[in-house]
Ligand binder design. Sequence first.
Ligand SMILES: NC(=O)c1ccc[n+]([C@@H]2O[C@H](COP(=O)([O-])OP(=O)(O)OC[C@H]3O[C@@H](n4cnc5c(N)ncnc54)[C@H](OP(=O)(O)O)[C@@H]3O)[C@@H](O)[C@H]2O)c1
Length: 292
Amino acid sequence: MTSPLLPAPPSPVLVVGAGFLGSRVAAAIPGEVIATTRSGTWRGGQPPENVRLRALDILQHSDAQVNAALEGARAIVVCFAAGRTQPREALYIDGAQRLLDACADRAPALARVVYTSSTSALPDHDGWLDDDCEAWPDSARGRVQRAGEQRVRERCEALGLPWIILRLGGLYGPGRGIGRIYRSRGQHEGALEGDGMQATNLIHVRDATRCVLAALRLDPARCGVINVCADDHRARRDMYQRAAELTGAPSPRWAEEPTPGRGVYGKRVRNARMKDWLGLELEFAQHDVATA
Ligand SMILES: NC(=O)c1ccc[n+]([C@@H]2O[C@H](COP(=O)([O-])OP(=O)(O)OC[C@H]3O[C@@H](n4cnc5c(N)ncnc54)[C@H](OP(=O)(O)O)[C@@H]3O)[C@@H](O)[C@H]2O)c1
């Protein structure tokens, strides 16, 4: 059930991982923000005026450095991502635990933890999947993501910290266009795997940012997992084709032809709670392939 959002998040909010999503979140929060990157620098130059930067590497820094990064925070948004160079398990499970352990002494001052996860924490099921889906994925990647969520939830509950886990679909937007997804999967080197009829679960970075902001304003009594995903679940095949047309790239080739009459299949992530709890009206309900 919808409950009114509080007028504003408590200040300052600490944004851990000011990357593609976190930097936009930090810039959009009304009021004072402390944002961290591993290097303590802002991508693309100077941070916005409301943002103070700190360095934090949750896998490499000492306890004293972690504590210094958290100093003064009244709410925490976690947007760190392992990328290609860090072990996923270490960051998403041990890193999350370390961050929350460092919150133990300051828990009464913290109004909320918003942790960004991924729809890969959901199983690869052919059909709709809800926010409270209890089944775990089979893939090692997805299981790490799910275990990270579980660790966040357990640690927050042990510390009495209000928590929200935002399970994000694939992020796209300026600088990360949809067209790059298939190009990065080697389209020019041969046919893409399968028939391309799997459903897509994506979210534009602007809508994801608005979800984080709304989650920070939730009543502290409200905790849970919220799937963050657009309404559009069109097949990858259609999406890549459209992106190719818009960018003048060659049409994607697929290893297999679609099975006649089968249509779109695979995981479709339901976003009912995103609309209900966060009151979100999607700006990009349909994939904006034009940002490719
Ligand atoms: N990208 C997607 O398609 C996608 C899909 C679903 C969910 N998500 C989730 O969305 C969130 C944000 O993703 P993103 O694409 O914005 O990530 P991103 O652009 O790669 O940014 C990650 C941020 O985390 C920081 N970071 C990396 N390792 C760290 C560490 N060991 N300790 C502390 N900070 C660290 C990075 O610091 P530096 O700037 O110094 O490198 C960077 O600021 C993540 O939770 C991710 O799992 C992403």
